[in-house]
Write a protein that binds this ligand. Structure first.
Ligand SMILES: Cc1cc2nc3c(=O)[nH]c(=O)nc-3n(C[C@H](O)[C@H](O)[C@H](O)COP(=O)(O)OP(=O)(O)OC[C@H]3O[C@@H](n4cnc5c(N)ncnc54)[C@H](O)[C@@H]3O)c2cc1C
Length: 486
């Protein structure tokens, strides 16, 4: 009988747990355990609509415990704090120390045993990297459902001031030179612009998109080249036309130094330093790994072996430091297994990428302004499913082989909402293959032009709404959920 502990119940961890439970079946007595600090599951992509007041919080969250009870997954509402992959003085079986956040056991500490552990703890929202950034400082966020509710309230007040005839400046983007998730900032900017237009007060509002991307349409993946109606175009051109059409101004290649009450201070790639006044600012934080320590059997701290300095877990990637020109598709991990401990895996945002995807930049004073690589929902879910398949095989057959899913061999689809409404909504639908460009296989642009596409329109909005319902249905493990792909 084997015991698998999955840390995190977000896109990758929840996928891994449900898929593994199904792959192992109930008969062998194998246990699938999920440890996660939140009682609820959150469909994060739809936080954008909560953040403009167009979707209630209840539509994007639901309690995890009943789903796990029904599917036979043991759930601990707790936060993992330390990994002991070799076990401890009592037993050589792996263990993880957890601290309960469940109100019934709040603050209690327990050591849970495992044969395999999947770290799917996602990002720590690192607001502290920029002074004054975030809901506890001077800007807003939409990273959690609660943050999004707060942002919607602030937007409502901003729209009211516009209706009272007071011009307003709204700044939306990323709050540090090394942020990722520019796609989410883009979506929120255009949803806000749409809301203001629908409210009939667009002429009094200035909407600014502030980003670390060196050009529009980079999205942290180095931009995309598509074929459209027989012509080759780029996401830079395509995105710039959306900005022009909707009157959204952009500040590019920016690192936010600090956010004061009503003023953003930022430096750009050319070294110039500026101030931007605002009445409303939503700036995403940079991400780092969760605060997890690791110990060997003797209790020696091996955190630096297991985790990279940014807190993400090292897996089977090539972490050799090298210049952008030498980056290769093969640097990216395929199995997500820890090179130090074969009973540890990391998936989704929790694994340490070998390097960025977009070409990194720095200002003359040395400030790094470099979008971090996005690990969006689709690749995160695929990694969760892949690692579940590896662990299921190892438990059932004792093999040491692994299933593989490299981001340099994987396609991804992403639909960036540009405004909600069944008739007035729009979204930018993008597909790319592969996510990490492979210049050896696709010398032209690093990606296959046949499978890299972008399209803006109402159909994209309907698809985004459909995906919202499909993914929540699947996460609730409703009948036949497993037929819905990641
Ligand atoms: C505003 C926004 C909009 C987005 N929109 C899109 C989109 O449209 N399409 C798309 O593909 N992607 C989108 N993304 C990205 C998408 O949300 C991520 O790719 C995805 O959530 C990553 O999955 P994950 O499992 O790695 O992390 P998460 O989904 O963040 O899950 C992490 C889990 O770990 C838990 N956890 C944290 N600390 C611990 C701990 N110490 N111990 C145990 N558990 C812990 C958390 O509570 C959570 O359950 C968006 C992101 C944001 C912020």
């Amino acid at each position: 009988m084997a015991r698998v502990v999955i840390l995190g119940a977000g896109v990758s961890g929840h996928t891994a747990a449900l898929r593994l439970r199904r792959m192992l079946g109930r008969r062998g007595g194998h246990e699938v355990v999920v440890v996660s600090p939140n009682a609820n599951w959150n469909w994060i992509p739809s936080n954008i609509w909560v953040g403009v007041g167009q979707m209630p919080r209840e539509k994007v969250v639901f309690p995890l415990a009943p789903v796990y009870e029904r599917t036979g997954v043991e759930f601990h509402q707790a936060r993992a704090v330390a990994l002991r992959p070799e076990g401890d003085e009592e037993s050589p079986q792996g263990a993880v120390d957890v601290e309960y956040t469940d109100p019934a056991r709040a603050g209690e500490v327990e050591r849970l045993r495992f044969d395999f552990l999947v770290n799917a703890t996602g990002p720590k929202l690192n607001f502290a990297a920029t002074p004054g950034l975030g809901p506890e400082g001077n800007s807003l966020s939409v990273c959690t459902a609660d943050h999004a509710v707060e942002a919607a309230e602030a937007l409502r007040a901003t729209i009211q001031r516009l209706k009272d005839g007071r011009p307003q400046t709204l700044v939306i983007g990323v709050g540090h030179g090394m942020c990722t998730c520019e796609g989410a900032a883009f979506e929120y900017a255009f949803n806000v612009e749409h809301q203001i237009r629908e409210a009939g007060v667009r002429d009094l509002a200035e909407v600014i998109y502030l980003t670390n991307e060196r050009e529009l349409g980079d999205f942290g993946v180095g931009g995309m080249t598509f074929e459209q109606q027989g012509f080759v175009t780029t996401s830079a051109l395509w995105t710039a036309s959306i900005f022009r059409e909707r009157g959204v101004n952009a500040i590019l290649g920016a690192h936010v130094q600090r956010v004061e009450d009503g003023v953003i201070h930022y430096e750009q790639l050319d070294g110039s330093v500026h101030e931007q006044a605002f009445d409303f600012a939503m700036l995403l934080p940079p991400f780092r790994g969760q605060e997890l320590r690791a110990y060997d059997r003797a209790g020696e701290d091996v955190t630096e072996t297991v985790f990279a300095p940014n807190g993400f877990m090292r897996v089977d990637a090539d972490y050799t430091q090298k210049p952008y020109e030498e980056w290769r598709a093969e640097d990216w991990p395929t199995t997500y297994e820890s090179p130090a401990y074969p009973n540890l895996f990391a998936v989704g945002i929790a694994f340490a990428p070998p390097h960025a995807i977009s070409r990194p930049g720095a200002s003359p004073s040395g400030t790094v302004i470099a979008p971090a690589p996005p690990r969006t929902g689709m690749p995160s879910g695929i990694m969760g499913r892949t690692v579940a398949a590896t662990i299921a095989d190892r438990i059932r057959t004792g093999t040491t082989a692994a299933h593989t899913a490299s981001m340099a061999r994987m396609g991804a689809g992403c639909i960036a909402s540009a405004g909600t409404g069944m008739l007035s909504g729009s979204a930018a639908g993008m597909t790319m293959y592969p996510v990490v460009p492979d210049h050896a296989r696709f010398p032209e642009s690093g990606r296959d032009l046949r499978h890299t596409k972008g399209e803006l329109g109402l159909a994209g909005h309907w698809t985004k709404v459909l995906l919202h319902h499909l993914f929540i249905y699947k996460a609730k493990a409703r009948p036949m959920w497993w037929l819905i792909p990641e």
